[in-house]
Design a protein around this ligand. Structure first.
Ligand SMILES: NC(=O)C1=CN([C@@H]2O[C@H](COP(=O)(O)OP(=O)(O)OC[C@H]3O[C@@H](n4cnc5c(N)ncnc54)[C@H](OP(=O)(O)O)[C@@H]3O)[C@@H](O)[C@H]2O)C=CC1
Ligand SMILES: N[C@@H](CC=O)C(=O)O
Ligand code: NA
Length: 438
């Protein structure tokens, strides 16, 4: 059959949870959207339970628990994986590719770990694997990086890419709310991963920055080389001190190349961001990704980073992009990829160790309340070339003095050596927090 004659493109949907339901709702309600959507039909939907109540009206017999049959059905053109988790998602994606299906996925966990295997298989099979929903939820950022921005030499990608943690930090900052209570709300709103520690411990953001770095810097990224630190250590005391010093605390995901030929720094950590920075005002479930490149300069993408409708918008845009290729292809056999849709990186990017990072730091110390302690801290910092931007003693915690320090740019390895020496001072009780400053 000639692809020009095809008027129905069939989608096999794996998963009908938050994202799957949002996707089905858009595909069942096409009025007022792009006319190409009218040519896209859901063939089957794979779920775990056939008895669960669903918030979308479904044609009879469309649900199945036999997910593999969807990936092999000759009728299906595009398999949409919105199951989450590593398995069976990875195996089903590979099965779909093996059977010549194009794949759309929202699964950053699978792509960041098995992207190598998946894209190698897809390129060999002549199919596309699309992942707009995997980063920034509804925000178009994957396609812009592959297309409009690929003209640029990218220098840095700095993002708030996890909706759950941004929602938690925003409410902790605005209302002084309790961490566990706000996390439960984020879960109830459908923002969090099935295991929310992926959000809270920075792992979801690490998956996403690995994907963004790969596209921005043109090489594969080994996930285990991405440094990640979550928000469990962020306390109300640090939020209050940051506020007094003119900062807000955000979980940032950063991929940066300081010199054209240098190794990349790819990392996720809670960060003090000065209130005037564009990322400081991104609140709630919203995400933003600030990209810096030459010759463009800075561009920032902003929008809802999680949730059913927003994520469905990204999933369906990928389905449409593949559908457009299928409709305009003159031959059923793939002869050439569209280089602005496919992913063909072969080499790995070199990643710099964290000790080599140059950044500012915020640190909070509890010390004995006696004269000369600040001088001793200053000497330890001076021994390792750590220069201080500010040092303040605001209050007491019991009979201990609380001292907060913000440094100028320093090599991370040197800063940690100075902390090691400070730990040995008799006057120092503890160092409850150390955070980086953008
Ligand atoms: N939620 C969000 O805002 C966003 C999510 N994502 C990503 O989208 C993906 C899906 O997330 P989300 O919709 O929130 O997840 P949910 O947990 O809400 O939904 C998962 C769906 O997959 C089905 N499912 C899961 N495992 C199996 C299995 N082994 N066999 C059969 N069916 C299975 C479930 O079936 P049943 O309904 O029967 O239980 C359910 O329908 C994840 O990769 C997530 O990271 C990306 C961006 C935003
Ligand atoms: N759990 C994720 C969902 C979207 O990717 C988040 O909170 O950002
Ligand atoms: Na996106």
């Amino acid at each position: 059959m000639n692809w020009y004659e095809k008027t129905v493109i069939k989608v096999g949907l794996l998963g009908l949870g938050t994202v799957g339901t949002g996707t089905a709702k858009v595909l069942f309600d096409t009025a007022g959207r792009h006319p190409l959507l009218e040519e896209i039909e859901i063939y089957r939907i794979g779920v775990r339970s056939l008895d669960k109540e669903r918030s979308v009206n479904l044609p009879k017999g469309i649900l199945t628990t036999d997910l593999e049959s969807i990936t092999t059905a000759p009728e299906v053109d595009i398999v949409v994986e919105v199951l989450g988790g590593l398995e069976p998602a990875r195996s089903l994606i590979l099965k779909a590719i093996e059977n010549g299906k194009h794949v759309v996925t929202a699964n950053k966990a699978v792509i960041s770990r098995y992207g190598d295997e998946i894209f190698t298989a897809a390129n060999a099979a002549g199919v596309y694997v699309m992942l707009e929903a995997a980063v920034g939820g509804g925000i178009p950022v994957i396609q812009p990086l592959k297309q409009a921005l690929s003209v640029n030499r990218i220098q840095a990608v700095t993002g708030i890419v996890n909706g759950t943690t941004n929602y938690i930090l925003t409410r902790m900052q605005a209302e002084g709310s309790d961490f566990d209570e706000v996390l439960a709300d984020a879960q109830q709103l459908g923002y969090a991963e099935a295991d929310p520690s992926a959000d809270v411990d920075g792992l979801d953001a690490a998956d996403k920055i690995a994907i963004l770095a790969s596209l921005a810097f043109g090489g594969r990224i080994k996930l285990q080389e991405v440094y990640s630190e979550g928000i469990r250590s962020v306390s109300q005391a640090d939020i209050a001190y940051a506020d007094k010093l003119g900062f807000v605390i955000k979980l940032l995901a950063i991929a940066q190349r300081t010199q054209p030929t240098s190794a990349l720094s790819v990392r996720v950590h809670p960060t003090l961001v000065t209130r005037s920075h564009p990322l400081a005002s991104i609140n709630g479930v919203y995400n933003a990704i600030l990209i810096e490149g030459e010759p463009l300069g800075q561009v920032m993408f902003y929008g809802p980073g999680a949730g059913a409708g927003a994520t469905a918008s990204a999933v369906v845009s990928d389905i449409m992009n593949v559908a457009a290729v299928l409709k305009t292809r003159s031959d059923q056999v793939q002869t050439q990829f569209n280089p602005l849709l496919a992913c063909s990186h072969q080499d790995y990017c070199a990643i710099a160790p964290m000790a080599e990072l140059t950044t500012r730091f915020y640190a909070r110390f509890l010390t004995k309340d006696r004269p000369g302690v600040i001088g001793k801290l200053g000497t330890c910092f001076g021994n390792y070339g750590v220069s201080l931007e500010s040092i303040v003693q605001i209050g007491l915690q019991g009979d201990l003095a609380e001292i907060v320090v913000v440094t100028h740019d320093v090599r991370e390895g040197n800063f940690h050596l100075s902390l090691d020496e400070i730990h040995t001072l008799e006057a120092v009780d503890s160092i409850p927090s150390v955070l980086r400053v953008l």
